[in-house]
Design a protein around this ligand. Structure first.
Ligand SMILES: [Cu+2]
Length: 312
């Protein structure tokens, strides 16, 4: 620099750009992180209605807090460069070469490696700790909730509706999804026809629904209230209509609901195929036909298999 200055015949003292960028960046990054964590964070999806939702919200908060300083740095650096290093009339001098600058290289590799590796570890821990984090784990889940009983709910997808079977309450099948608060739930998700995906939005649960597959996902509802279920896999003409208005209720309300539903659906339940982790729609479409003939396909009922004519 001294040589260049001598050649140019000027006397310039370069300010410490690194320090200036750092001191500009630091308050922006701190403010962004505090706002993200305390103000925005509690409102980030999917909320905190269940253990898995709360854990996903935490993950998104952590990732946003890690990402904001990076973005703040890029923007600060960009604006600083535009202002301080813009081309000026009569100044044709090039900046110092970045190639061979060990401090920049080591800092860059060090910081980016730390961010990526810590996120890999964090992501793995966050899958294990909340027992699969609400994701479908296939038919042999690696992570299960520890301790306590499990409420088993079978989610049966078909074009174009979800029905829910409660094997621990006589195996009735309903179009309503009702869960008790504070109870570990095991969803056994399957399909009778094409591929669907069971997405309980505010519970932070998403599991593929494939024919012939039992896909298991866990969660624990932590707050009572309504939540939405949607199909998250394009499955045909009425895919967008494949929704369920579902509820997390108190334990006593859940007990009352299961008791009354069990009685109300008794006539249908005895005609359902025996509870199974998967169903072959072709082998039970006779039953679907029987349901139709008996006029039992209304709300709360359910027939397995498509409605095409049954082979003799
Ligand atoms: Cu679907």
């Amino acid at each position: 620099m001294a040589a260049a200055d001598a050649v140019a015949g000027t006397q310039r003292t370069e300010p410490n750009h690194g320090l200036r960028i750092f001191l500009t960046w630091l308050p922006i990054a701190l403010a962004a992180d505090l706002l993200i964590w305390f103000v925005w964070g509690p409102h980030l999806p999917p909320g905190a209605m269940s253990s898995s939702a709360a854990s996903q919200q935490f993950d998104i908060r952590v990732m946003a807090v890690m990402a904001a300083p990076v973005m703040a740095f890029v923007l600060t650096y960009g604006v600083y460069a535009l202002i301080v290093w813009r081309h000026r009339e009569g100044d044709d001098e090039d900046g110092p070469a970045i190639h061979g600058n060990n401090r920049v290289a080591v800092t860059w590799i060090g910081v980016t490696s730390a961010i990526v590796l810590s996120l890999a570890v964090f992501g793995t821990v966050e899958l294990v700790a909340p027992a699969g984090a609400g994701a479908g784990e296939g038919n042999t889940p690696i992570w299960r909730p520890s301790g306590g009983s499990l409420l088993q709910v079978q989610v049966i997808a078909q074009q174009w509706r979800f029905t829910y079977r409660y094997p621990q309450f006589g195996g009735f099948e309903t179009t309503s999804l009702v869960l008790p608060v504070g109870q570990n739930v095991q969803f056994n998700v399957t399909s009778l026809d094409v591929i669907h995906s069971f997405w309980a939005i505010q519970l932070g649960v998403k599991a593929d629904a494939n024919p012939g597959v039992n896909d298991v996902a866990y969660t624990k509802p932590e707050h009572t209230g309504n939540f939405e279920v949607r199909c998250a896999e394009l499955c045909g003409l009425w895919h967008a209509d494949m929704t369920t208005a579902a509820q997390v209720v108190s334990v006593s309300a859940f007990d009352a609901w299961t008791a009354s539903t069990k009685v109300q659906l008794a006539a249908l339940t005895k005609n359902l195929p025996p509870y199974s982790l998967t169903y072959d729609p072709n082998s039970i479409s006779q039953l679907g036909k029987a349901f139709q003939q008996a006029g039992l396909t209304g709300a709360g009922g359910g027939y397995y298999g498509p409605q095409y004519p049954v082979q003799p």
